[in-house]
Design a protein around this ligand. Sequence first.
Ligand SMILES: [Zn+2]
Length: 154
Amino acid sequence: MSTASKESAQPNDLQEVGRTPSGYTIYRQPNGVGGHSYWSDEIGGGVHVWDTCLVGDETLRACLEIEASRIASEDAQRSSSGGKEDADLCPICAEPLKPDDICATDISEGICHAACLEGSPVVDLDTGEETGGKADTYRYGDVAEPSVPKDREP
Ligand SMILES: [Zn+2]
């Protein structure tokens, strides 16, 4: 990986200019051609946010709107497919695991539909050895945690 972007972010012309609502610091730096580069420490290091000469503000705004509508449509999709925000999917068939589905735990995939695991070797989860027997099955609803809205938690 190139270090060119790090070298262009010299600390001496980086200026702290503000904070995000979640407390990350925004830095600004002249980009040498009459505009500014914006950086943040959102993941702990210098993250390039925006270069005012390379990208116009209406482009940046359009990206924000596009991303917002992407998130909104994903949320809508999620709530129309059962309502549970973090619905688990069966890793084999990619269908959501519903409380009444009979499930079994695969050692590498996690919780799957028992039917989807049919035919694969049954392995003892403690020893990792094939048992040759039948997998333990259970109703998904018996293991799934009740969904508690995050903002209701203490
Ligand atoms: Zn499945």
